[in-house]
Design a protein around this ligand. Sequence first.
Ligand SMILES: Cc1cc2nc3c(=O)[nH]c(=O)nc-3n(C[C@H](O)[C@H](O)[C@H](O)COP(=O)(O)O)c2cc1C
Length: 187
Amino acid sequence: MDDRLIIGISGASGAPIAIKLLKALRKTSVETHLIITKGGEETIKAETELAISQVSELSSASYDNGNIGAAIASGSFKTRGMIVVPCSMKTVAGIYSGYSDNLLLRGADATLKEHRKLVLVTRECPLSEIHLRNMYELSRCGAVILPPVLSYYNKPQTIDDATEHIVGKILDQFGIEYDRFCRWRGV
Ligand SMILES: Cc1cc2nc3c(=O)[nH]c(=O)nc-3n(C[C@H](O)[C@H](O)[C@H](O)COP(=O)(O)O)c2cc1C
């Protein structure tokens, strides 16, 4: 069974996007293998009503970020790829430099070395030259930089609508249809 995605939640604002993504993937046949950083735990606490354990339960399997011996640390564990959502600038820097001192970073490193798809939902505002450089370089290395940018053509009425649009954009990267995604159909 290779229909797996690694999902990393790091400490940038946007934990509700990760939760909606996990809920959407539960309705598919894709297994989700989840890692939450300490920073990710902080943003989940700050931005959602869910306990960390409730977020973990949305995944097929969850891992301790310190467990660098977990299955997903190896490229031999076959996956479709990995999504880091939200992706902090610290995690961007760690992936870009190849400094894989936690399981999330190692999973991203393995995903890139195997030339599998790595989608980074990078979030900071405003962006410094360091952030921009790191994202540019990661894009050159094959990562997809997919910031959770608002769009208006889908006429979002609520923050949930806006979040669902971003989830649709992320899932599109893996060819997974999302019924809450409102595509532009031309004028
Ligand atoms: C509520 C909250 C929101 C944050 N938002 C961001 C953000 O949007 N982008 C970012 O790069 N860091 C943000 N941070 C800072 C990161 O969490 C911090 O740099 C942390 O060390 C990231 O570590 P990690 O990538 O291992 O999770 C935020 C922190 C908190 C507590």
